[in-house]
Design a protein around this ligand. Structure first.
Ligand SMILES: NC(=O)c1ccc[n+]([C@@H]2O[C@H](COP(=O)([O-])OP(=O)(O)OC[C@H]3O[C@@H](n4cnc5c(N)ncnc54)[C@H](OP(=O)(O)O)[C@@H]3O)[C@@H](O)[C@H]2O)c1
Length: 328
């Protein structure tokens, strides 16, 4: 089969579409013919040599944390899935490829009415957002939620998930155009961080109470201000560090407001944890896609052979929602 491989670490030019060995599924695995995959910030970090895949170093690194496609072969202990089924799921790598082999408990059926390209926009962004909001932050109806990077793949998912349970959402975004799109997804207000201070806006709009939940993607430059704007008992979930990873923060308000700061990553978790999250999401969130309450936001689709161009597009922060790669 063919796949995008990293021919060294560096700029987008190290991404090469070439022949790699195929693999038969083990007893508890399926092999999927991939129709679409998607780009994540982590792929860019990995490409630059800063985010190696979990486990022993492979001979060649294959990027790609998610896929949507059709089952092509099924291991002998797999029940409930058959060749031809439309499925999607998380991967620890190797998604920019014609085929992937994965454990059957990491599979989700593609909801009716969604194309492969829309489905490929779901696993990594939506499972990350779902996990942060519900598993770590315990989001509930009426919560006031601040979603940084509201135009990111994860941010567009988090905005919709929080709205779906009746929480009020504020986002931060880099432009007026992204702000408009974020409001259309359900944000009460999208704060253009280059023009407005999110602490001042949140304080004013919540009558001084602040945010119960903050999803943090920018990291070091924002953490002290997150603590400042968090409500009493607030939960700050650190999901990304796009702006830096060494923060200096005031501990006084952390104690006084009894705040919790939670870090999380998805890729390195054991199979059991990923499978449990996938199954939980499949039960509670997937039906809402078929009903049209939730929708994956696809910004742009590139042929997989143009993965380098897709990476450049993401690095320029041009996307609102997901950048999808079409395979085949
Ligand atoms: N922990 C996990 O398991 C996990 C899983 C998935 C993703 N993530 C993290 O979640 C974040 C979003 O990932 P994604 O793939 O959804 O991203 P994405 O679609 O590429 O979106 C990222 C957006 O963040 C904004 N941004 C970038 N650098 C920034 C900075 N220094 N300060 C402020 N805003 C900045 C830009 O939007 P504007 O134009 O609006 O500024 C950019 O478009 C990343 O940090 C990623 O590593 C973590």
């Amino acid at each position: 089969m063919r796949a995008i491989v990293l021919e060294g670490y560096g700029g987008p030019e190290v991404l090469r579409w070439r022949e790699v060995p195929d693999r038969e599924p083990a007893a508890d695995e399926v092999r999927v013919r991939v129709h679409a995959t998607a780009v994540n910030r982590a792929d860019i970090l990995q490409r630059m040599g800063g985010y190696p895949p979990p486990g022993p170093k492979p001979e060649v690194e294959l990027p790609g944390l998610e896929f949507a496609g059709e089952i092509d072969a099924v291991g002998r202990d797999v029940h409930g899935f058959r060749p031809g089924d439309r499925v999607m799921g998380l991967l620890a790598g190797g998604g920019y490829a014609e085929y992937v082999t994965t454990h059957h408990r990491l599979l989700m059926p593609i909801p009716d009415g969604l194309s492969f390209e829309e489905a490929a926009a779901i696993p990594e962004a939506w499972l990350t957002a779902y996990d942060a909001l519900f598993m770590w932050a315990g989001a509930r109806m009426g919560d006031r939620v601040l979603v940084h990077a509201g135009g990111s793949g994860v941010g567009t998912a988090a905005t919709q998930l929080a709205r779906a349970i009746g929480a009020t959402v504020w986002t931060t975004v880099g432009s007026a155009e992204k702000a408009e799109r974020s409001r259309a997804l359900g944000a009460k207000r999208a704060i253009v961080y280059r023009q407005e201070d999110f602490v001042a806006v949140l304080r004013e709009e919540t009558g001084g109470r602040g945010a119960d939940i903050i999803l943090e993607f920018v990291g070091a430059p924002y953490l002290a201000r997150d603590i400042e704007v968090a409500a009493v008992g607030g939960r700050i979930v650190v999901i990304g560090t796009m702006g830096g990873s060494h923060a200096q923060v005031p501990l006084g308000p952390l104690l006084a407001k009894r705040l919790r700061i939670q870090g999380t990553t998805l890729r390195s978790r054991p199979l059991e944890a990923k499978a449990a999250l996938t199954q939980d999401f499949a039960v509670h969130a997937l039906p809402l896609f078929a009903e049209g309450v939730l929708r994956p936001v696809v910004d742009r689709v590139f042929p997989v052979q143009e993965a380098a161009e897709a990476h450049r597009y993401m690095e320029a922060n041009r996307n609102f929602g997901k950048i999808v790669l079409r395979v085949g």
